[in-house]
Design a protein around this ligand. Structure first.
Ligand code: ADE
Length: 231
């Protein structure tokens, strides 16, 4: 019954959590603001990591070391890679991988972290199960469990989308999930990434992202709210 850390990268992605939670304390570390309080009677630390894998990794390690979280949830938007998905649809992370990790000249597979114990990071089975139940109730037919591919790149190219989907098995792409996943794996902390699609990572991605980020963030918040309630 310990602390749960909840991370979003951008302001839009944590705004509704900030409004929904009962705020007890505000703490700053490494330029990141941590909001300590309660959501549905559960102790939570909500924070805005900033965009990209480094920000997400630092934020995750701080949640573990300084706030002793027992689990980490990530909420936000992503670009859809699976052609059967629409804007607004929800991805629950089965696992995460860094699509921009590439030491292939040394003979490593694309996405493989050289000399690391693993490169695909599995989300917590119980959290996945809870999220599926929440998703089935709140977003029936518009939710799936799949692979989250992360990289320090905003993808806006059909050809890249096809490669990431076909070669790496991604359901969606974003810029933080796999960093959170790797740090959680290194610390043996359970995690789950929830993403709602703001765009399809294609030629319209920039325009769609601008138009749909607030609505997709609301949908992802809705999932997180249900998950925290069910914990
Ligand atoms: N987050 C939302 N859409 C994205 C995209 N197309 N690429 C990377 N991160 C995203």
């Amino acid at each position: 019954n310990g602390n749960v850390g909840i991370i979003g990268a951008m302001k839009e992605e944590i705004e509704l959590l900030r409004q929904a939670m009962q705020l007890d304390r505000v703490i700053e570390h490494a330029g990141i603001t941590f909001l300590q309080g309660k959501l549905h009677d559960r102790d939570v630390i909500v924070c805005q990591s900033g965009v990209g894998k480094v920000n997400a990794a630092v934020c995750t390690q701080l949640l573990i070391d300084r706030f002793h979280v027992q689990a980490i949830l990530f909420t936000g938007v992503a670009g859809a890679l699976d052609p059967s998905m629409d804007i607004g649809d929800i991805v629950i992370s089965r696992d995460c991988m860094q699509h921009d990790m590439d030491a292939s000249p040394l003979g490593f597979a694309k996405g493989e972290i050289p000399y690391a114990p693993r490169s695909v990071f599995a989300a917590d089975a119980r959290l996945i199960e809870i999220a599926e139940q929440v998703g089935q109730a709140r977003f029936p037919g518009r939710m799936r469990v799949g692979r989250v591919l992360s990289g320090d790149q905003f993808i806006a190219d059909r050809a890249v989308v096809e490669k990431l989907h076909r070669d790496m098995g991604g359901s969606c792409t974003e810029m933080e999930g796999a960093a959170v996943a790797q740090v959680c794996d290194m610390n043996d902390i359970p995690f789950l990434i929830i993403r709602s699609m703001s765009d399809k990572a294609d030629g319209s991605a920039d325009v769609n992202f601008a138009e749909f980020t607030v609505e997709a963030s609301r949908r992802s918040f809705n999932m997180i709210d249900g998950i925290v309630q069910a914990l």
